[in-house]
Write a protein that binds this ligand. Structure first.
Ligand SMILES: Cc1cc2nc3c(=O)[nH]c(=O)nc-3n(C[C@H](O)[C@H](O)[C@H](O)COP(=O)(O)OP(=O)(O)OC[C@H]3O[C@@H](n4cnc5c(N)ncnc54)[C@H](O)[C@@H]3O)c2cc1C
Length: 284
């Protein structure tokens, strides 16, 4: 049975931030696909739930040439999946959105909820990491912007301070010829968190950016590996090298979803597969 709580649905950000400041312990509700599970199981007890879906402007999903992409905190995962410019310019994000749970769930879940929940295996985290996304935050002190890499601080922990709300996420513009790919391994197709998730991005300057989920306490960029990839072409030799090398850059745990050994193997296999697919598409 659900425990009792008050439900508030403010119309403005100011109202929301004021309420959060005056009612410590309030939980923010977006799609509720993480939050409601905890409430139903009484794993979370709170006196107040603050629904952000009615706040003006949080449903903004916009691409501006030269500026990039903006995704508001109330934008649904299905809206991201169906937005043509995301499919065209930020493919790993499009793929990750399509891999999150089921169609029904994606019609409730938000990208911002996915990162605020801060699961180590969050599907939408790795595309945001390779695109150097920025997290836009509103709090009692005003607005601030954080690099996505600094947002995740631990298992289910973020850099959000008291009474702060994430209002959106932005991704910089990408040049013609920029390409990326997302893959995930899970026990059940759909409806399940990743046992390993990975995004790889290749820029026209031949920079390679790699990020992974479910192999550390937070989703991470593999910066040392990226340095080693700097002077390598995308070819079969590099893909085979990557399959073995990636194991030196991850520290997976064993848990209910997969053993450490399985995660090592899956990391290498997925990374190689992605590089081979991108190579076949003409990425060098
Ligand atoms: C059956 C099932 C399958 C799932 N499968 C997957 C999967 O395959 N991949 C995956 O990654 N996830 C999966 N999930 C988890 C979940 O659906 C996603 O994490 C989803 O994106 C969460 O978004 P939401 O809008 O529903 O968040 P909510 O549940 O509303 O919120 C999640 C957390 O973030 C906080 N929060 C939300 N918005 C804000 C904000 N703007 N500012 C500050 N804090 C905020 C909330 O207080 C809460 O702590 C699954 C969940 C279920 C129930």
């Amino acid at each position: 049975m659900l425990s009792k709580f008050d439900y508030v649905k403010p119309k403005t950000l100011e109202e929301a931030v004021d309420f959060l400041g005056n009612h410590p312990g309030t939980r923010v509700l977006a799609g509720g696909t993480d939050l409601m599970v905890l409430l139903r199981r009484n794993l979370l007890i709170t006196d107040h739930i603050l629904d952000i879906k009615g706040i003006e402007g949080l449903d903004r999903l916009e691409y501006k040439k030269g500026k990039g992409l903006y995704i508001g905190a109330a934008v649904l995962v299905n809206e991201i999946y169906e937005f043509p410019m995301i499919r065209k310019k930020y493919r790993a994000l499009y793929q990750a959105a399509g891999a999150l749970a089921s169609h029904q769930l994606r019609n409730r879940a938000t990208l911002v909820g996915n990162i605020c929940n801060a699961s180590p295996g969050a599907d939408l985290s790795t595309p945001l990491l390779v695109y150097n996304a920025k997290v836009h935050i509103q709090g009692p002190e005003g607005k601030r912007v954080l690099e996505i890499e600094d947002f995740f601080t631990g298992v289910k922990k973020t850099a959000l301070k008291k009474a702060e709300i994430v209002i959106g996420v932005s991704l910089p513009e990408v040049k013609e010829g920029d390409s990326s790919y997302f893959k995930k391994q899970s026990r059940v197709k759909g409806h399940d968190l990743a046992t390993v998730g990975i995004s790889i991005r290749r820029t026209p300057e031949k920079e390679t950016l790699v990020s992974m989920a479910a192999i550390a306490p937070t989703p991470i960029r593999l910066r040392e590996l990226e340095k080693e990839l700097k002077n390598r072409e995308f070819n079969e030799e590099t893909a085979t090298w990557l399959k073995d090398e990636i194991k030196n850059h991850v520290k997976p745990i064993s848990d209910v979803r997969a053993s450490m050994e399985y995660r090592f193997l899956a990391s290498g296999a997925l990374a190689k597969k992605i590089m081979m697919v991108m190579m076949e598409e003409g990425v060098e």
